[in-house]
Design a binder for this molecule. Structure first.
Ligand code: GTP
Ligand code: MG
Length: 138
């Protein structure tokens, strides 16, 4: 068993898809071990996505990710990082497989419903970015 980190992004929360996305996560066999409803400042969003600083869409990404409330969560499952990226589908919803969260709920590559960590190392870093150790319950 191991862990990944997710955010349900502002667009999905705003459009009322929070419950449905949590159902997908549950049906996918993930256990929620930490979760919060919160909002990122532009500064925190910029820090979270700092690896994309040089990309042309960085400003848009930071603006979007700080535009409204999100849900941040730590999820547990065997092979969690890869399994969760399969569950959410490709970054661009146009390329996402049928039945994936992004296929169902993303409206564009920029507003793509959910985040999923891309490695075990980043899952740990991103979980610590949002949660204190004492906020994670197994
Ligand atoms: P995350 O789980 O959010 O990290 O997505 P990802 O790992 O599938 O993609 P990546 O890390 O490469 O990009 C991070 C985020 O930047 C994506 O989820 C998109 O929201 C955004 N993004 C990526 N490419 C583009 C783009 O071409 N245009 C815009 N507007 N946003 C993009
Ligand atoms: Mg990524």
């Amino acid at each position: 068993t191991n862990r990944t980190f997710t955010m349900i992004k502002p667009g999905a929360v705003k459009n009322g898809h929070l419950g449905a996305i949590l159902e997908h996560i549950n049906a996918g066999g993930f256990k929620i071990v930490s979760m919060k409803y919160t909002k990122l400042s532009a500064e925190k969003a910029g820090e979270f996505y700092a690896v994309h600083k040089e990309r042309p869409f960085y400003g848009e990404l930071v603006e979007f990710m700080s535009s409204g409330p999100i849900v941040a969560a730590v999820l547990e499952k065997e092979n969690a990082v890869a399994e969760f990226r399969t569950l959410i589908g490709a970054t661009n919803p146009a390329d996402a497989a049928e039945g994936t969260i992004r296929k169902k709920f993303a409206t564009s590559i920029g507003e793509n419903a959910v985040h999923g960590s891309d490695s075990d190392e980043n899952a740990e870093i991103e979980s610590q970015f949002h949660f204190a150790g004492t906020e994670i319950f197994v």
